[in-house]
Design a protein around this ligand. Sequence first.
Ligand SMILES: [Zn+2]
Length: 161
Amino acid sequence: MTTVAVVPSSTAVSARMQRQRTTGTDPELALRRALHTRGLRYRVNRAPVRHVRSRPDIVFGPAKVAVFVDGCFWHRCPAHGTIPASNRDWWLDKLERNVERDRRTDALLDAAGWTVIRVWEHEDVTAAADHIEREVRTRQTGGDQTPASRASVRSRSRPSS
Ligand SMILES: [Zn+2]
C-alpha cells in the first residue's frame, strides 16, 4: 500500500478538511434531536459489528438499524459532490475510495443482518427521521415489549359501580 503524501494547499480545501468531523456534525445533531423527540433511543458512534471498521453515526441495537449521515463532499453526493481543482487526481482517488469503503461497509452490515440507512447531509431532517422511525419501528416488532405487558398497567382502576 502506498501512502499519498500530497497535502492540499488551497485555503478553501483546508477549511473544508477542518470542518470534516467523524461525529457531531450539525446535520447529524439535528437528525439525532429529531429522532429523540420521536421517542427513539439509539447509540452514537458504536461499532455494531466487530469486523466493520466504519462506525455508523446512529445505531439502533435491538432493531439492527445503522444510520450514516454522509457529507456531500466526502461521500460524493450526486447533487453537490465536487472535486477540488487543485490536486484533482489526489482528491478524485481519495473520494472514490471513500465511496468504495461505504459500499463495502453497507455490504458487511447487510450480511450481518443490519439495515443500513444513509442520509445525505443536505436531506430534509424530518423526511429522514420519518424514514428511520418507520424502519426502526418495523424492525422492533417481535421484541420484548408486548401489548399484553402494557395492558396490565390499566387493571389497577376498578369500575365504580
Ligand atoms: Zn448533497
